[in-house]
Design a binder for this molecule. Structure first.
Ligand SMILES: Cc1ncc(COP(=O)(O)O)c(C=O)c1O
Length: 368
């Protein structure tokens, strides 16, 4: 099977990102634990979305588009990276952000602050009418209604922009189209070359999973390039088994896009659908916060409360329950998300846990 790589931007991040061993943690846990530093992709505060945007924004430019329109939560890492790439290539950027509270945040924090600095226009999509009428609707039904609302709002924004002479390129939440997924498909080759050069071996690769594109790209890339590791995904919000079916659909679309004949069944995928996801999206439990502190205090490495903290909690859980056995090698894909550490909601929690109510030592000496 040989493949033709779609055209991509060459100035959209710095590759290869570093891959290194976490020595102290490996010693503590009796496994070789490595991390692939996609929190250092090198542009707009970094993160996994830059790999997808290399292909998507190149496509936008090739089509003569002038505005990138994307979607996500108010604290979307994907939107912040899209806004950064837009700036770098002279495009405008609009984020349609799900508003799940009565009014927009009063203060800037985390990714929203970076969006504002980048000059991204944020349009809030009021989700409250749907949430107030949710009653006993299932999460899938609520998602369906939200998707319909998103379509309406997007069409309004596109019409306004087109009337102003703009040509709009739409990027779905997370950039998880088959074209976007090529970023992590080819990241597998980068990882295999690095492991080879560095004389390292891994049996498992663990990544957080949200809109599914990172996992789908890694899974198909591992299959295509004959990687010696099993790709494991960790959902960042709780899902039932239907999540695996949706991932299979995306892998199928990606394979068709690449012209590969690959079929996959849900039971073949290694995905932790709910165990490490905490109660909800961007709502970490105490375990996630404990993992954030543990990694910082053993390795000087930061992970975030929404994605990489939950992903790393999964890696530790799989070690603890023996799925990743003693002596095995495991690579964590650090997908970034670090501005989330400074989002208003999480700052409040860190403040409570690590600062308020503590005695602060102040040394005052007379001026010499
Ligand atoms: C920091 C971070 N990690 C992981 C993910 C999940 O990647 P995907 O949406 O491709 O599943 C995201 C998605 O927004 C993210 O921002």
């Amino acid at each position: 099977m040989s493949l033709h790589e779609p055209p991509k931007l060459t100035g959209c991040g710095l590759y290869p990102t570093p891959l290194h061993r976490l020595d102290r943690l490996s010693g503590e846990l009796g496994r070789d634990i490595y991390v692939k530093r996609d929190d250092l992709t090198g542009m707009g505060f970094s993160g996994n979305k830059l790999r997808k945007l290399q292909y998507l924004v190149r496509d936008a430019l090739d089509k003569g588009c002038t505005t990138l329109l994307t979607f996500g939560g108010v604290q979307s890492n994907h939107a912040r990276q899209t806004a950064a790439v837009a700036a770098r290539y002279g495009l405008k950027c609009v984020l349609i952000a799900n508003l799940k509270q009565d009014r927009p945040p009063e203060r800037l924090s985390g990714n929203l602050l970076l969006d504002a600095i980048l000059g991204c226009e944020v349009v809030f999509m009021d989700c409250m009418p749907i949430l107030r009428a949710a009653g006993d609707k299932t999460p899938d039904q609520i998602e369906e209604q939200t998707a319909a609302l998103r379509r309406q709002v997007a069409d309004m924004v596109i019409a306004e922009r087109e009337a102003a002479g703009e040509k709009v390129y739409e990027i779905p939440a997370g950039g998880s189209t088959p074209l976007g997924c090529m970023g992590y498909f080819y990241a597998v080759k980068e990882i295999m070359d690095q492991l080879d050069r560095q004389g390292q071996k891994v049996d498992y690769l663990v990544c957080p999973s949200g809109s599914k594109g990172t996992f789908a790209g890694l899974w198909l890339g591992a299959k295509y390039f004959g990687a010696p590791f099993t790709v494991v995904g960790a959902c960042v919000s709780p899902h039932d088994e239907s999540y695996r079916e949706k991932v299979c659909d995306l892998i199928g679309e990606l394979a068709a896009f690449c012209g590969l004949e690959v079929s996959v069944r849900p039971e073949e995928l290694h995905i932790c659908c709910s165990e490490y996801a905490g109660p909800a999206y961007d709502t970490p439990d105490d375990d996630t916060f404990a993992v954030i502190r543990r990694l910082a205090r053993t390795e000087g490495l930061f992970v975030d409360p929404c994605y990489s903290g939950k992903g790393f909690a999964a890696l530790l859980g799989l070690i603890e329950n023996g799925t990743i056995p003693p002596g095995a090698g495991v690579l964590f894909i650090h997908t970034g998300g670090l501005p989330g550490l400074y989002s208003a909601q999480h700052l409040e929690k860190f403040d409570r846990d690590l600062w308020q109510g503590r005695e602060h030592r102040v040394i005052t000496l007379p001026a010499p």
